[in-house]
Design a protein around this ligand. Structure first.
Ligand code: ZN
Length: 107
């Protein structure tokens, strides 16, 4: 996949987790997503496999997108990160689970 050069737009990912690119349909489940550096924690890999696809309405707080619209569509779940390709506002909404490394540093 050469998505790094072309960039993935939110609307190019459909409600089934299929990425539409130059007439091709690429299922993202089981594929690797390039995760932007700013959303990754230090130890997370740059490319992360999509392990599951879940309903956005179930996962977004209050069933809403960050723009305030009803969250519709899917969330791509990797081991470390979730991606909600929001069609309502055409944003890629990345969510990274907070992990606490304090115990490691305090040991
Ligand atoms: Zn939105």
């Amino acid at each position: 996949m050469t998505e790094k050069q072309v960039g993935i737009k939110a609307k190019a990912i459909d409600m089934d987790g299929i990425w539409h690119w130059e007439g091709k349909k690429i299922p993202l489940l089981g594929n690797h997503l390039p995760v932007p550096e700013k959303v990754r924690l230090d130890m997370d890999p740059e490319r992360q496999e999509v392990l599951a696809i879940v309903d956005a309405a179930d996962w977004m707080e209050g069933g809403k997108c960050v723009c305030g619209a009803k969250a519709e569509g899917i969330i791509l779940v990797t081991e470390y990160t979730k991606l909600f390709p929001a069609h309502c506002c055409e944003q890629m909404v990345w969510m990274t689970d907070e992990r606490d490394y304090n115990e490691i540093y305090e040991a």
